[in-house]
Design a protein around this ligand. Structure first.
Ligand code: NAI
Ligand code: UGA
Length: 446
């Protein structure tokens, strides 16, 4: 019989994982501490915007017309322990306030709540991104707490999905990494991932610390790639080069590759920024701070780009932001997501506002989250409304909707035709033809 699955923590990762596991044919019980979240999901609605997620949820949530009935939700750990053969831990691991270190309290709490109920064989598979060494510590804690003794085990199975592609990435991952301490755990995880494995997805079984490190190293590498190209953008600004052409030419070298070389206002979100900081903090605890000291520079380059965008706006507006009307297109940290955690777009909008500009923000999907984080900004119901009377328009999240705007039509509604492209994805020629000055980080002005 197929193993039964519980998914603990139903946010961006967990809600997707639960629905995807049901899609793959398993009986799934999702658990979250927030009853409003489990109730919403039980109605087939998603707590966040993620393309394709609602479709697969509706196909499987028990009680919905025509559903497979394989997916249900609870807030009860006793029920989850009773139900599951594998428990995926997907709770949040944010940055501790005022520190670089990862806040492990949610993972710790999930383990403390689950383990005492484990009276029969069970595998806990952590998916949350954690500092190396956490899994071994948690395995010891499970051994202390679980009535099932050795039959309750812990493995680590890091997740590499991208927001905006979460469903696709979960159903068709580019690799599956598991940190295990027994053959039984590996066999069970192979069974859970039988469908992607049959499609040829590489499966890497290793020890607990290596599995944890694969995840941390992957996000450190991706951050490094982005900050590398943003550093080159700074050099382009100093020398008159064009970073977009530079990245294109670099990317043709297979060893470098084209992906993750999009220069602009840098990386944000609930993962890359906090993960590189947690990596530095953990390396310090391990006495290996120097090994990843370069990540401090990666972080600094990234944060500098946000300030540089504010300065480019000031410069464009003749040296003063005071009382200037600025339209900000985009609030999410990336397109096809409503996530505003550490969003460069919202951060820049906030800086401009605090420095005296009258900022109006529009985002296709992230408005509610943006209003919650930054209630003092103005919000418009459309891009066209946001740019009305603007002295400058900032393109900060590269939604397709913004690329499809008609620069000639917008030109009629703004006060002055300044477009600043923080994502280097608009067509400069098109905007210039319609009478706009087009400016971007890392590209020549003329
Ligand atoms: N968002 C993403 O794209 C990815 C996230 N990750 C990692 O996955 C983890 C989760 O990230 P997100 O889903 O973005 O976070 P999130 O904040 O969207 O979701 C976390 C969920 O866990 C719940 N929760 C907190 N404590 C709990 C507990 N003790 N018991 C049960 N539920 C609890 C929260 O109520 C929330 O619904 C993090 O470690 C993150 O680094 C990894 C890969 C991709
Ligand atoms: O650990 C995680 O949570 C996830 O973090 C990232 O995924 P995600 O944060 O969803 O988004 P990315 O597509 O990686 O983009 C991150 C940020 O970098 C920026 N970015 C990305 C690429 C690029 O070339 N330039 C650039 O500035 C994006 O605008 C965005 O703000 C990783 O790509 C996932 O593999 C990982 O699972």
């Amino acid at each position: 019989m197929s193993p039964k699955i519980t998914v603990i923590g139903l946010g961006y990762l967990g809600a997707t994982h639960a629905a995807a596991m049901a899609e793959l044919g398993f009986e799934v019980l999702g658990l979250d501490v927030l009853p409003e979240k489990t109730e919403l999901l039980a109605r087939g609605e998603t707590p966040m915007y993620e393309p394709g997620l609602e479709d697969i949820l509706r196909r499987h949530v028990a009680g919905l017309p025509g559903s497979s009935g394989r997916l249900s939700f609870t807030t009860s750990y006793a029920e989850a322990a009773e139900f599951g053969d594998i428990h995926f831990i997907c709770v949040n691991t944010p940055q501790k306030p005022g520190e670089y270190a990862c806040d492990m309290s949610y993972v710790d709490s999930a383990i403390e709540s689950l383990a005492p109920h484990l009276t029969r064989p069970a595998l806990i598979a952590g998916k949350s991104t954690v500092p190396v060494g956490s899994a071994a510590r948690l395995a010891r804690r499970v051994a202390e707490l679980a009535p099932a003794g050795d039959a309750a085990e812990l493995a680590w199975n890091p997740e590499f999905l991208r927001e905006g592609f979460a469903v696709e990435d979960t159903l068709h991952p580019d690799r599956i990494v598991v940190g295990v301490t027994s053959e039984r755990a590996e066999t069970l995880l192979r069974e859970v991932y039988a469908t992607p494995l049959a499609e040829g997805t590489p499966f890497i079984a290793t020890d607990l610390p290596t599995a944890e490190l694969v995840k941390t190293a992957a996000n450190a590498f991706l951050s490094t790639k982005i900050s590398f190209i943003n550093a080159m953008a700074e050099i382009c600004e100093a020398s008159g080069g064009d970073v977009v052409r530079l990245a294109e030419a670099l990317g043709h070298d297979d060893r470098i590759g084209r992906k993750f070389l999009r220069a602009g206002i840098g990386f944000g979100g609930g993962c890359l920024p906090k993960d590189i900081r947690a990596f530095m903090a953990r390396a310090g605890e391990l006495g290996a701070a120097e090994a990843v000291a370069f990540l401090r520079e990666i972080d600094a380059i990234n944060m500098r780009r946000r300030v540089d965008m504010v300065e480019l706006t000031r410069e464009t507006l003749d040296g003063s932001l005071l009382g200037k009307r600025v339209a900000v297109l985009g609030a999410a940290f990336k397109p096809d997501s409503d996530d505003v955690r550490d969003s460069p777009a919202l951060n820049i909008a906030g800086q401009l506002h605090l420095q005296g500009a009258e900022v109006t923000v529009y985002d296709p999907k992230a408005m509610e989250n943006a209003k919650r984080v930054f209630p003092t900004l103005r919000y418009a119901d459309s891009a066209v409304e946001a740019v009305q009377g603007a002295h400058a328009v900032l393109h900060l999240t590269e939604w397709r909707e913004f690329r499809e705007l008609d620069p000639a039509a917008l030109a009629e509604t703004v006060s002055t035709r300044h477009i600043l492209d923080g994502r280097n994805t608009l067509d400069p020629a098109l905007w210039r033809k319609a009478g706009w000055t087009y400016r971007a980080l890392g590209r020549p002005t003329a």
